[in-house]
Design a protein around this ligand. Structure first.
Ligand code: GAP
Length: 515
């Protein structure tokens, strides 16, 4: 069985080999936690965005979309709390000069030193007891396992309190008490733990004008908050209504690993839903259910998703949860759903000195709406889809094939057009078919290599259909259509192709599952 690390490595190399994702500026050895999307990756990303946008904007009469600027007035970030509180606790090792997130060092200690031991004990017991093994009972009665679990609980309680109190001395003390060493130098020669702001800052204007510090936005949400009244008034929106946005966000992440899971430049798909005060709980539950349904409609396996309710919420939220996905590295946050109260609008009202109240014609009164937010990372969506679709299959003849069984409507190419040979009028006929289909689908024309090799290549791209044009086609206008998932080949008339392909790759079939 491949380890989590090996599984992720396989996805990373597949993504690179087939033009999905490349390390940024690779010829200069790359830039940590920054990635570029290649020719297939950008298509897949575009299709994910379309699925989200259509589901959120087009399918809801009371949700509209905007595209706000990355740069915003610096006071935005003071009001939102990001200048003062968007921090990670950092610690440096004095010998290796390497910088770490203190909370991650502690979490990794728990994972690698304690949880790994529990897993090992369970594996051994499984082998020993076979089918009679009762894992739940074993976990609660085996003295060694109980001891490890007790230690995990103790560390977690201490760690949680230190985080809540922003007690950096206690955070350092936990690292010292657990005797955590730097993985590079092997020493325990640590600095104090300090808070480090995650926003990237730059300057706007020339020096002559007097430069001003501004930030690259760390979330797209604030562009929605500051525009909410513009949209409400010009769009004549009535509460409850939503504003959606897809765009780049930037965070100076210190722990930059796990491929496109945690990046310094990434994309978010966020929607703020403005509701009457007091109705936020209802809408929070509504969006929690609706967003899980959106993920599950991809058909990647319902078991790969779970909710993680936040027991302790941020100061501005009265409820929050994550939708977690089983990535190659285990279950991790994919999307956040937050009931943000009226914190952001109130803060902007206070800092801007502009009224941000909504006049409710039904109640005949003004109020600052409450907000329920749904926020999903586009790059995390990409990784979840890529990793769940990647399969290595052993075929009947003993050979293996790598196939990306992407949801067909998300596939970069919908159909490959493949003349069997590069002669006898087959390329011309193939081009003629391509010219008919390219108005409806992203097609890929290929005439190089044996047909089997071309099929395998398109399996690895995730192309749902391959259409082969052979000498018989010139006589009867029939082609062979091969299905990526079943590998079944069928002879069909050229004028049936559009219908057959559309039935499988049409985005509206996924959207219909949502209503
Ligand atoms: N406006 C709310 C907000 O930004 P968040 O939980 O910090 O909340 C929302 O981020 C989502 O954005 C996450 O669930 C994740 O999918 C994505 N995300 C956050 N930081 C990221 C990073 N460094 N790299 C990639 N995606 C990230």
């Amino acid at each position: 069985m491949a380890t989590n690390e090996e599984k992720l490595k396989t996805i990373i190399s597949h993504a690179k080999e087939y033009g999905f994702v490349f390390p940024s500026s690779e010829i200069y050895d790359g830039l940590s936690a920054v990635y570029d999307y290649g020719q297939l990756g950008s298509e897949l990303k575009f299709n994910i965005k379309e699925y989200w946008w259509k589901a959120m904007v087009q399918m809801h009469e009371n949700i509209v979309g905007i595209d706000s600027a990355i740069f915003m007035h610096p006071t935005t970030w003071k009001a939102s709390g990001h200048v003062d509180a968007f921090n990670d606790p950092l610690i440096d090792n004095k010998d290796s000069k390497k910088r770490y997130r203190a909370d991650v060092l502690i979490e990794e200690y728990i994972e690698n030193k304690l949880r790994a031991k529990i897993e090992k004990e369970v594996e051994k017991a499984k082998e020993r007891f076979g089918a009679a093994f009762d894992e739940a009972q074993y976990l609660s009665t085996n003295p060694r396992v109980v001891e490890y679990q007790k230690k995990i609980d103790e560390i977690n309680a201490r760690f949680k309190k230190a985080l809540e109190d922003s007690n950096m001395d206690e955070m350092k003390q936990i690292i010292v008490d657990l005797e955590i060493a730097c993985p590079i130098s092997g020493t325990k020669n640590w600095t104090e733990v300090r808070q480090f702001n995650l926003m990237f800052a730059t300057e706007i204007g020339s020096l002559a004008e007097g430069a001003n510090k501004i930030y690259l936005r760390p979330e797209t949400a604030q562009g929605i908050f500051v525009n909410y009244l513009n949209v409400q008034k010009t769009g004549r929106m009535k509460i409850p209504f939503g504003i959606a946005q897809i765009g780049k966000a930037f965070r100076n992440e210190i722990v930059a690993r796990q491929f496109i899971f945690r990046m310094r430049e990434f994309e978010q798909m966020e929607m703020q839903f403005f509701v009457k005060p007091g109705e936020q709980k209802h809408w929070y539950e509504y969006w929690k259910t609706a967003r899980l349904k959106w993920h599950q409609a991809l058909g990647l396996s319902d078991k790969k998703y779970r909710y993680h309710d936040h027991l302790k919420t941020a100061h501005y939220a009265d409820a929050a949860c994550d939708i977690e996905f089983e990535f190659p590295m285990g279950f991790k946050e994919l999307e956040g759903i937050h009931s943000r109260t009226n914190f952001d609008l109130n803060a902007h009202q206070e800092f801007s000195k502009k009224k941000l109240q909504y006049f409710d014609p039904e109640l005949n009164e003004n109020y600052v709406p409450y907000v329920v937010e749904t926020s999903v990372g586009l790059d995390r969506m990409f990784l979840s889809i890529l990793s769940a679709s990647y399969k290595e299959e052993t075929l009947e003849d003993g050979s293996t094939r790598v196939v990306l069984s992407l949801p067909p409507f998300l596939a970069p190419y919908k159909v490959a057009i493949l003349p069997l040979m590069k002669k006898d009028g087959l390329p011309e006929k193939a081009r003629e078919i391509m010219d008919q289909l390219k108005f409806s689908f992203n097609c890929h024309y290929e005439e190089k290599d044996a047909i089997g090799k071309r099929y395998r290549r398109h399996d690895a791209y995730g192309t749902p259909f391959c259409v082969t044009i052979d000498p018989q086609t010139l006589e009867d206008n029939m082609v062979t259509i091969r299905d990526r998932d079943t590998m079944k080949q069928e002879r069909v008339a050229v004028d049936q192709l559009e219908r057959i392909i559309r039935e499988k790759v049409d985005l509206s079939s996924a959207l219909k599952k949502l209503v």
